[in-house]
Design a protein around this ligand. Structure first.
Ligand code: NAP
Length: 484
């Protein structure tokens, strides 16, 4: 199978930090079809050779094990080409069309790794230039819009040029091996299915914590914030993966139909639930890895009076038979105590206690997403101190570390997703109706914050966010897992 992958924004941050290393790994693993071209596109006037040199220099910043040897790079570089064009200039599309006509590849992938403001113009012009052929797939990076109306408008424009089955909307969390393991845990095994419901589960917590600040992306982040950057997409996709019904098969639309039902079942916000169940924060000065670090408002590219949230914690419920009444807590933030993404399923305690009260966590399944990928099952056991009658039970933990079990050389998220696009597999991409439903649900929060003069609550960098986040969950009689 031959392919042309056109990387709009081929000299940008995403291209060289994520996409090129992922394409090289696929090339190294022999999974990238050999008969292919990767065509970088940007406004810089570069020759193919200059583009190859640029990419080679960027590989010096990639971790050693994932860096190509000189021989490997020479073979990979043969795939790399460059077309200079300005996506906002209709006349520039002719050169791209001529380059694609040179080969008439079986599959053409157009990857829009550029500013979202260019997405609609690019799709319109690609169609004008006749570059929306049935063998073309278009890949859209997040964020797709900044609210429901803008998301809808982008989707409408893209759909005028491409059919829904040609559109690949990236949520790179869905490409993570750990998220695929969540699907495997739920739908490849029958063990947990009878327990996966309101009768046995007390609450579910989803945390995506970053220890870094905004780094060099202050400008972008300040107009986005944690709700748009993480909750509307990644956190809600994780919630769908946890809460969805088993799909009838593994086809893309069967999976996406079930995820959509979850999004549609999220309890609508009321003035009271918005006031009590949504907490926003912004990091102030503090520490990271033992070193003092600046607050958000002091970061480069950030407005010194910024009201942008770098932390969100919220509580929601899913109004259906399986989940009615079970609280789902979602939490994400920057400059938190550690880099840690996990889902905690807290099962109900035993209905009648015949042992002394245990200490610590039990009855709990933890799905670790990062930095490690694995499962922990927390149970109670009779510990060493069993000479006395009525000894308290001790918590014990069963650990399944997928990185150790399968090796850390597993396929990374972008590698997996790029290969899926080339092969036309849509399972791990988000359909427009899912995306719109997610925007519809976060919109009341955005509207509330827009008119709210209080702004986000400050929290010290290196902590788990504002204390109001702990207070919110404590009102239900629960605690975040690191606080219990
Ligand atoms: P970036 O570093 O600013 O790169 C933008 C790229 O687009 C450059 O190659 C730039 O090259 C090119 N470009 C800009 N205007 C153009 C035009 N009119 N015509 C043709 N090319 C143009 O941005 P980025 O961080 O890579 O982000 C790209 C997209 O990915 C954005 O939608 C972003 O939200 C998304 N994203 C990025 C990351 C990340 O980690 N960086 C993560 C998730 C999503 P020239 O200026 O030379 O034209």
């Amino acid at each position: 199978m031959s392919f042309d992958l056109v990387l709009f924004g081929g000299t940008g941050d995403l291209a060289w930090r994520k996409l090129m290393p992922a394409l090289f790994q696929a090339f190294r693993h022999g999974t990238l079809p050999e008969d292919g071209r990767i065509i970088g596109v940007a406004r810089d006037a570069l020759s193919d050779e200059q583009y190859r040199m640029l990419i080679r220099s960027r590989f010096d910043e990639v971790e050693l094990a994932k860096r190509p040897s000189p021989e490997e790079f020479d073979r990979f570089a043969a795939l790399l080409h460059f077309v200079r064009m300005d996506l906002s200039q209709p006349a520039d599309y002719a050169q791209l069309a001529a380059t694609l006509r040179e080969r008439n590849a079986d599959t053409v992938v157009m990857y829009l790794a550029t500013a979202p403001a260019l997405f609609t113009r690019a799709c319109e012009q690609l169609a004008q230039a006749g570059l929306n052929t049935p063998n073309t797939r278009i890949v859209l990076e997040k964020p797709l819009g900044h609210d429901l109306a803008s998301n809808h408008q982008i989707n409408e424009t893209v759909r005028r040029a491409f059919g829904e089955r040609q559109i690949f909307r990236i949520d790179h969390y869905l490409g993570k091996p750990s998220v695929q393991n969540l699907f495997a845990l739920r739908f490849g095994n029958s063990l947990f299915e009878p327990l996966w419901r309101r009768e046995t589960i007390a609450n579910i917590q989803i945390t995506i914590a970053e220890d870094l600040g905004v780094e060099k992306r202050g400008n972008f982040y300040d107009s986005t914030g944690a709700l748009r950057d993480m909750v509307q997409n990644h956190a809600l996709q994780l919630l769908c993966a946890v809460a969805m019904e088993p799909p009838i098969n593994a086809h893309a639309d069967a999976i996406r139909d079930e995820k959509l039902k979850v999004l549609r079942s999220l309890k609508p916000w009321t003035a009271q639930s918005l006031a009590q169940h949504v907490i926003r924060g912004q990091y102030a000065e503090g520490t990271a890895a033992g070193e003092p670090v600046a607050g958000y408002r002091q970061e480069a590219g950030v407005n010194p009076d910024s009201r942008t949230e770098t932390f969100v914690a919220l509580r929601t419920e899913i109004a259906n038979w399986r989940w009615a009444g079970v609280p789902f807590y979602l939490r994400t933030g920057k400059r938190l105590a550690s880099r840690d993404a996990h889902i905690v399923i807290n099962f109900r305690p035993a209905p009648h206690a015949i042992f002394k009260s245990p200490l610590g966590a039990a009855n709990q399944l933890v799905i670790n997403l990062q930095p490690r990928d694995g499962l922990e099952l927390h149970l109670l056991a009779q510990g060493a101190d069993n000479r006395r009658q009525q000894a308290a039970l001790s918590p014990v933990q069963l650990d399944l570390d997928f990185d150790k079990r399968f090796g850390s050389e597993r396929v990374g998220a972008y590698e997996r997703l790029l290969l899926d696009v080339i092969h036309g597999r849509l399972n791990l991409f988000v359909r427009s109706d899912e995306q719109e439903e997610a925007w519809r649900w976060v919109e009341p929060i955005l509207e509330l914050w827009e008119g709210d003069s209080d702004g986000p609550r400050p929290y010290a960098a290196g902590t788990w966010g504002p204390s109001a986040s702990s207070a919110m969950i404590a009102r239900d009689g629960y605690c975040w897992t690191e606080e219990c």
